[in-house]
Design a protein around this ligand. Structure first.
Ligand SMILES: [Cu+2]
Length: 174
C-alpha cells in the first residue's frame, strides 16, 4: 500500500521561500525555444561580453544625482548585432560587489512577453549560448534597474540559399 505523508510540507519555511524566489527565473519554454534557444553550455560560433556598468551609484555618484534618481546602471554594450541560427556565447559580467542584476529578454519586435528571465549575481560571470531562430529586434532589460538598464539585440537574417557543399567535403579539415 502506498502511503504519502503530507503533514510536513506546509512548514518548509526558509527552504520553500528560497525555492519560490529561484522559481522566478527561467530559460525559454518549449514554445519560446522556437524563437530562441538558450543553453548554459555548448558549442558557439561567436562570442559577446556584456558588462554591467555603474554610471552613478550611491558610493561614488554625485550626491544630488543619487538623491534624485537613485543608483544608475547600464549594460555595456547595450546594443549588439547577432546572426540568425548562429550559436553565440553571451557572457554577462556583473561588476558590482553589492548589487544583483537580472536579464529579461523580450521580442522579437513589439512582442513584450518575456522569453527568459535569469539573475546576474554580484561579481559573477553568467554565460549562455543563444541561438536566435527568428530575425528581428529583441529588447532586453534588467528589471531591477528600469528604465535605464536596457538594451537590444538585432538578429540579422541568414541567406535562404543553401550552400552548395559536396557531401565529401563536409568533414574535411584544413
Ligand atoms: Cu540591474
Amino acid at each position: 500500500m502506498l502511503t504519502v505523508l503530507l503533514w510536513g510540507v506546509p512548514n518548509l519555511g526558509a527552504a520553500s521561500a528560497t525555492l519560490a524566489a529561484e522559481s522566478r527565473y527561467y530559460l525559454p519554454s518549449a514554445a519560446a525555444s522556437g524563437i530562441v534557444t538558450v543553453r548554459p553550455h555548448g558549442r558557439a560560433e561567436a562570442a559577446l561580453t556584456v558588462l554591467t556598468e555603474a554610471v552613478a551609484v550611491k558610493e561614488t555618484g554625485p550626491a544630488a544625482t543619487v538623491a534624485k534618481l537613485g543608483e544608475i546602471y547600464t549594460f555595456s554594450p547595450s546594443f549588439a548585432a547577432l546572426t540568425q541560427n548562429r550559436p553565440t556565447l553571451v557572457t554577462f559580467w556583473n561588476l558590482q560587489p553589492d548589487d544583483a542584476h537580472d536579464f529579461a529578454l523580450m521580442g522579437p519586435g513589439d512582442d513584450t512577453s518575456i522569453l527568459m528571465y535569469v539573475k546576474l549575481p554580484p561579481l559573477a560571470k553568467t554565460s549562455y549560448v543563444f541561438t536566435f531562430h527568428r530575425p528581428g529586434l529583441y529588447t532586453f532589460m534588467c528589471l531591477r534597474h528600469q528604465p535605464e538598464m536596457s538594451g537590444q539585440f538585432l538578429v540579422l537574417p541568414v541567406s535562404r540559399e543553401k550552400p552548395s557543399v559536396k557531401a565529401g567535403n563536409a568533414t574535411a579539415k584544413p
